[in-house]
Design a protein. Structure first.
Ligand code: GDP
Ligand code: MG
Length: 180
């Protein structure tokens, strides 16, 4: 985290999770209030910036999205390096994506080489709650895993209906700010 002036700072957010869980869709909704069906996974830069206000302080979130490399577990260390917080997404209609959440967390901690992993800000997002009738992972299971793995921040959300999208990023960024 670096300060350019007294009340301004940058927070690097890294978004990970299995392919197809909705990482790009959540970021698009948060940044542009747009949901694009079948968004091409390879489009876009490594990261994009979004300015938000947290407790009266202007904060620039630098959000890093993959270009589809998560499918081959080939995300380089540059992707992770210097992260101030991490968003891990799973799809509530895909139990395998949920089982992989803790693997993603471990990958992140290994590759980012975070100096103080204790209490590092992770936000776990169970996405696609608009697909309630296809649900494979209960709210309770989500909460439980997050509690058991160091009280990780947790919410369910939908990039399609824009449910809990903003609050997920806001909460994560607020926690990253607290650690500065
Ligand atoms: P990524 O690979 O994790 O970046 O996932 P994408 O954002 O590319 O989304 C994968 C697919 O899931 C796309 O077809 C999206 O339209 C769809 N999708 C993403 N978020 C949601 C959601 O909240 N609800 C529903 N129903 N579909 C979603
Ligand atoms: Mg994507």
């Amino acid at each position: 985290m670096s300060f350019t002036q007294e009340k301004k700072c940058f927070i690097k957010v890294v978004a990970i999770g299995d392919s197809g869980v909705g990482k790009t869709s959540l970021i698009q909704m948060f940044e542009n209030s747009k949901f694009t069906e079948n968004f091409k996974p390879t489009i876009g830069a490594d990261f994009s910036n979004k300015e938000i206000t947290i407790n009266g302080r202007v904060v620039t979130l630098q959000i890093w999205d993959t270009a589809g490399q998560e499918r081959y577990q080939s995300l380089g260390t540059a992707f992770y390096r210097g992260a101030d917080c991490c968003l891990i997404v799973y799809d509530i209609t895909n139990s395998l994506s949920f089982e992989n959440v803790i693997n993603w967390k471990n990958s992140f901690l290994n590759k980012s080489m975070v100096v103080n992993p204790e209490g590092f800000p992770f936000m776990i997002v169970g996405n696609k709650i608009d697909l309630e009738n296809e649900r494979q992972v209960s709210l309770n299971e989500g909460e439980k895993v997050c509690k058991q793995n160091g009280d990780l921040l947790f919410t369910e959300a939908s990039a399609r209906t824009n449910q809990n999208v903003e609050i997920a990023f806001q909460k994560l960024a607020a926690n990253a700010l607290k650690r500065q």
